[in-house]
Design a protein around this ligand. Structure first.
Ligand SMILES: [Zn+2]
Length: 331
């Protein structure tokens, strides 16, 4: 990769997920257009009534003998259009996911996690919310949109999917690789909500801002979302160092800390090895590049700068990544 051309957004997409609900959502969308006509998909399957009511839930699904028979959607003003789309997608989940079974009239809340008490209900509700994002923002369409454009251009283009800012950002945390943090005001509360991709260091927005290699803002449904990328684009190339990673790091520590005792150096040795080992076992890795980026990202703050600036540090990281990549069958 040449330094003059920044990586395209597609570089940062995680491999296509293949959970059962991904397959169901993909099948429903197949051949469809963006924005997904989710209301049509529901009305083709079940009677829909749009009703005014005074209480807080978005929809009521009526089950008859274990089969969804009718859905009531709360009548909302036009500025709720995206939330209503989420509601339709959510209800569709209950209708098409075979293991969602009725337990009487069910009230559904489409946006932002709620705090239902019953575990079984909560599991179905979470699944319906996740399904909604998968249907309204299909992986295949996101991958197409990410091809050949910068991250910022990709993110700026997400508004046309007509999902809510919260659902869009949640979806981004499912399809992007580790190292991304998003901040947005999704619930109209006084504080920003923070979402991150799996395997990303848990840091505040302020710290994300300080250590970001790239950042920006995009707007979905009229709401601004800040994004921070903490992982550099790096391409794996094997080290020519003939030593084992453990030998390399031991000699680095000896150079950097000649005055420390053996026990002190051993302590740093084990914590460094443990940190790198943990980083390379958390997440989905489909290429050695993905492993290397994750390693760099996690070691950036956990290891002293003197160690990281040693001439053999790269060899240590690369050899460790290479070993892990071989174990995973990636090399
Ligand atoms: Zn529901």
């Amino acid at each position: 990769m040449s330094l003059s051309s920044p990586p395209e957004a597609a570089e940062w997409l995680a491999p296509p997920p293949d959970e059962p609900i991904d397959r169901i959502a993909d099948r429903l969308f197949e051949g469809g257009s963006i924005p997904v006509d989710v209301e049509r998909l529901v009305r083709d399957r079940i009677d829909v009534d749009v009703v005014d009511w005074p209480f807080g839930v978005d929809a009521l699904l009526i089950w008859h003998n274990g089969v969804p028979s009718r859905v009531l959607i709360r009548n909302r003003p036009v500025n709720y259009a995206r939330r209503v789309r989420m509601t339709f997608a959510h209800e569709l989940a209950h209708i098409v996911i075979p293991w969602h079974v009725g337990y009487g009239p069910e009230s559904c809340t489409s946006d932002v996690s709620d705090s239902l008490e019953d575990n079984y209900v909560r599991t179905q509700e979470n699944e319906a919310r996740n399904f909604a994002g998968r249907l309204l923002l299909p992986y295949s369409e996101l991958a197409r949109a990410a091809s050949g454009v910068s991250l910022q251009a990709f993110l700026d283009n997400l508004d046309r999917f007509e999902a809510s800012a919260w659902a869009t950002t949640l979806r981004l945390t499912q399809i992007l690789r580790s190292g991304f943090i998003f901040g947005g005001n999704f619930t109209d509360s006084s504080q920003l909500d923070v979402l991150r991709t799996p395997g990303t260091r848990s840091v505040s927005l302020g710290e994300a801002q300080r250590s970001a290699v790239d950042e920006g803002t995009f707007t979905v449904g009229g709401r601004d979302v800040q994004w921070f990328q903490l992982t550099d684009a790096e391409v794996f190339a094997p080290s020519q160092d003939p030593r084992k990673p453990s030998e390399i790091i031991k000699s680095i520590l000896f150079d950097v800390y000649p005055a420390k005792t053996t026990e002190e150096r051993d302590g740093i040795f084990y914590s460094t090895q443990g940190m790198l080992g943990a980083a390379l076992s958390q997440g989905v890795f489909d290429t050695p590049d993905a492993l290397l980026r994750q390693a760099r990202h996690r070691l950036k703050t956990g290891v002293e700068r003197e160690i990281r600036s040693h001439v053999d540090w790269d060899a240590y990281v690369l050899k460790t990544v290479e070993n892990r990549a071989r174990k995973l069958g990636l090399l």
